[in-house]
Ligand binder design. Structure first.
Ligand code: SF4
Length: 357
């Protein structure tokens, strides 16, 4: 790295072709570039595109478990023995109640996540009805994570009013065979291209800490740049007991911050989310992640709890950031739930708070 690393990284990231492979690897390497320079350069772009705003997302497992795929990191996969709650798709009334609650809790976007390979046409019919109803009732953006979809299904979701489709890349093309054998990296790329062609915004995330090399992390960030992903959740692997990959590897708080900086620098205008594992792996450095990322999840992750809402909202406020919501941060903080644990699998009550008994 050059003498003034912040300027050097900013200039390199501004080139039409973006950060080079060598500069990208330097951002991930403590011996080659100091952390504050990486954060300073990442913040330059974060501030340019998002000021000091944080977008809050709340996940909703509209269907949980029972997946025939063998993704080795996933508690819902057929290769997992994790003791999670499993259920088929929730009824529409329950999903609408959750969308309303997400809106009232300050979520800018409501995310419905399905387990499984991909949706049947019948499921797409049901989803289209639900998307239309949510959009009619609440001024909230809607994102769906439906699994692998065809170009026709993507067009139907777009016509129903869907704003964004999530389908994670998870790891690099080179490493994909180490984490899943029942579908390919190209299946995932195909879904992202179908969503883009249908006019949907695309959210596509990664999981870091599953044994991949630093060059794989760079490869993921660059592929998402090529795909023009509007939103990139950066997950830090959280090993759930019973899942095939039993531990996270190579993750220190400092390395996690470098990864967030790298995704910001390679994808300067994308919504970069410090997603699952921010509490576990960033630990005391978590608030510094906001200098690279502009988004996070509230209320934990798919099957695993996260920090209490009060702790997360207070962290945003303490670090001098605000949230993108019609509800002011102070108001949300006053009524936020102090409930939450840093670890543990979610109970059925947490996953389905509006289920009729
Ligand atoms: S990541 Fe998705 S496709 Fe893979 S096992 Fe989990 S739910 Fe199934």
């Amino acid at each position: 790295m050059k003498k003034n690393p912040v300027d050097h990284i900013i200039k390199a990231a501004q080139r039409p072709e973006g950060l080079s492979l060598d500069d990208s690897l330097a951002v991930l390497d403590a011996a080659r570039c100091d952390l504050l320079s990486c954060l300073g350069a990442a913040y330059y772009f974060r501030e340019m595109h998002y000021k000091r705003e944080v977008t809050v997302h709340i996940l909703n497992n509209v269907q949980n478990g029972l997946c025939p795929e063998d993704c080795r990191y996933c508690a819902q996969s057929r290769s997992s023995h994790a003791l999670i709650e499993q259920y088929p798709m929730k009824p529409e009334s329950e999903i609408l109640a959750e969308a309303e609650a997400a809106y009232e809790q300050g979520a800018f976007r409501y995310c419905m996540v399905f387990a499984g390979t991909g949706p049947s046409d019948e499921r797409i019919d049901r989803l289209c009805t639900i998307i239309r109803d949510i959009k009619k009732k609440y001024p909230i953006e809607v994102c769906v994570s439906p699994g692998i979809v065809s170009p026709v299904q993507a067009v139907r979701l777009k016509s129903a009013g869907l704003d964004r489709l999530n389908h994670n890349l998870n790891t690099s093309e080179r490493y994909y065979g180490h984490i899943c054998t029942t579908h390919s990296y190209n299946d995932r790329i195909g879904t992202l291209k179908a969503a883009k062609e249908a006019g949907l915004a695309v959210c596509s995330g990664v999981i870091v800490g599953m044994g991949e090399a630093a060059s794989d992390v760079v490869d993921m960030a660059m592929r998402l740049r090529e795909l023009k992903a509007e939103s990139i959740p950066v997950n830090f692997f959280m090993p759930v007991p019973g899942v095939a990959i039993t531990s996270a590897s190579g993750l220190s708080p400092e390395y996690c911050l470098r990864v967030l900086c790298l995704f910001r620098l390679i994808n300067p205008s994308a919504e970069i989310r410090m997603a699952a594992g921010r509490e576990m792996h960033l630990r005391s450095l978590e608030a510094m992640g906001l200098y690279a990322a502009n988004s996070l999840f509230l209320q934990g992750y798919l099957n695993v709890r996260g920090a209490a809402d009060t702790r997360t909202l207070q962290m945003i406020r303490d670090a001098g950031f605000t949230i993108k919501s019609e509800v002011p941060l102070d108001e949300l903080l006053a009524k936020a739930s102090a409930y939450g644990e840093e670890d543990g699998i979610k109970t059925i009550k947490e996953l389905r708070p509006f289920r009729k008994q």
